[in-house]
Design a protein around this ligand. Structure first.
Ligand code: IPE
Ligand code: IPE
Ligand code: MG
Length: 239
């Protein structure tokens, strides 16, 4: 599918994507799981180009969850180094394309200091860009995000009656992040896995059997076309 299939007047403003299936992609080819992660880099860059091509403003991708620490140490260590080098190798070209890079997730002691530094450098480098905001969810969990927000709210000393949806949203990792319109998961799994649960309360969900390393912008366009076929009611009625 090409970008021309997408109706430019009804774009999802915020697309979120669970980049899943790297391990199975590798296994299918007799490769190590980590080679599946490496192959996912091309998919990510192509999807970013696709988002730029049609004019999606916000793209958030799930790169490492708060639960992924349960994986073998070798794989976790690979993912830390891999994400660091991905940032170093790709941030200049993303910057040239007008992409603003941001992160959501817990910045705790478990994330290597060097990686945090690369994240901060990438944020600073691209802060002035306005075409597409690419948010990388790293050491991210939606439940942790909501807990962290509640801790900040309680610490601020507001009275319980002042707590509402807007206040909570202002205490999430990126208060500027709009709600998710289109929520995509690859690899044939049908679950949240703790990704952007608050922001996705009324997201349209699209699931595909494609493993992440095979996902390309054409698959993104297909998901957007499916999104444009949906009838969003937000609890109300048509018309
Ligand atoms: C997603 O692919 C990437 C990360 C979770 C970091 P997986 O590694 O979960 O691949 P599968 O689901 O085992 O195939
Ligand atoms: C979600 O995928 C996390 C990322 C893609 C980074 P997982 O592969 O970790 O999710 P589960 O364990 O299958 O639910
Ligand atoms: Mg998985």
């Amino acid at each position: 599918m090409t970008a021309s299939a997408v109706d430019p007047s009804r774009l999802p403003r915020h697309v979120a994507c669970v980049m899943d299936g790297n391990g199975r992609w590798a296994k299918q080819r007799g490769l190590k799981r980590t080679e599946g992660h490496a192959a996912g880099e091309e998919a990510l860059l192509d999807v970013v180009d696709g988002a730029l091509e049609v004019g999606v403003e916000w793209l958030t991708v799930y790169a490492f969850s708060t639960e992924n620490w349960r994986r073998p140490t070798d794989e976790v260590r690979f993912l830390m180094r891999f994400n660091e080098s991905l940032l170093v190798n790709r941030r200049d070209e993303l910057h040239d394309k007008g992409v603003r890079i941001r992160f959501v997730g817990r910045r705790d002691w478990k994330v290597p200091k060097r990686l945090l530094r690369r994240m901060d450098e990438s944020i600073d480098l691209t802060a002035g860009n306005g075409k597409l905001t690419l948010t990388i969810a790293f050491n991210y969990g939606a439940q942790a995000e909501i807990v962290d927000a509640i801790q900040a709210i309680v610490a601020s000393g507001v009275s319980p009656s002042e707590v509402d949806e807007a206040l909570l949203a202002r205490h999430l990792y990126d208060p500027e992040m709009p709600d998710v319109d289109l929520w995509i998961r690859t690899s044939g799994e049908y679950r949240f896995s703790n990704f952007l649960i608050w922001q996705s309360a009324y997201a349209e969900m699209v699931f595909t059997d494609t493993y992440w390393p095979d996902f390309r912008r054409s698959d993104l366009f297909e998901a957007i076309v499916e999104f444009q076929r949906r009838n969003r009611r937000f609890g109300g009625l048509d018309d």
